[in-house]
Design a protein around this ligand. Sequence first.
Ligand code: UDP
Ligand code: MG
Length: 310
Amino acid sequence: VKKKISIILPVYNEERAIASIYKAIIVVISGMPEYLYEVIFVNDGSVDNSWNEIKKLSQKDKYVKGISFGRNFGHQIALKAGYDSSSGDAVISMDSDLQHPPQLILKMIKKWEKGFEVVYVEQIKRRDGVFKRVPSLLYYRLLNYVSQITIPKNVGDFRLLDRKVVLFIKSIKTKSLYLRGLVPWSGFSSTSICAEYSDRVSGKSSYTYWKMFKLAFDGITALSLFPLKLAAIVGAFVVFTGIILLLIILIDFIFYNSWYPLFKWLATVTYIFVGVLFILLWILGEYVGKIYEETKNYPQYVVVEKTNLE
Ligand code: UDP
Ligand code: MG
């Protein structure tokens, strides 16, 4: 039987890109008749004509499928909806603004056929300005530092996933989804191919600074409890310096007969207690973190392969 490739494309106000991305994909697909295909557009609450464009395509080509949200749920959730309704043996996600060159599809499939369950496309030369590039670089440094997994940098949401990985993604029900972390977290075998991304065909990026910040924050909080532990650092520092302070005035008082007014003693003791409070906050944070981990409801582990077992 022929294997099937699903291509999922989140769409947010891309009315002028849809027809061209479809054409570009079809050109590639017609060059690989050994595979079946489906192209799934997920309209993430566009306010332009995107959904009509998608429906027009789906009337001409029955392998074009569409899902439409009534409002904007965000890129990650749009991708999730695409994964949820895909049925391919491999699922490729890409932007619908033609920044992710469809010619790479074939290369990705070849890697997948070699046995890799995840194929990333790494951007070798980033086109974004310094204001996007530098924060992004620092951010991935931080993310890799605070999480126990390695998140490939310069890799967006252009990737191929084997059905096994897609099944895992489908099982995840969290609302603040961070696929760029979730995929490496699952531990499936991965590889990447390097390529240059293109410029957007039309319109402008809908990733405002606010959306990027939200995604960045979702990434950190999804992958690590590090922010919760910050209170411990503050607490330890305050308690430590407070005790030194107290020792200094104690020694001064006992051995050098210095006289300290009550408020100075009180200030020092209060200072130490502020530190203690921070430590208690951290302990509380640890429990909140546990609750958070449980409510995320991730599976405890992900099995990549089995032998002699069903
Ligand atoms: N997108 C989406 N929902 C959003 C924002 C973006 O579905 O809220 C889609 C968008 O149509 C595009 C992809 O996600 O196909 C990437 O978005 P964009 O090109 O704006 O981001 P950039 O490439 O600048 O990071
Ligand atoms: Mg883009």
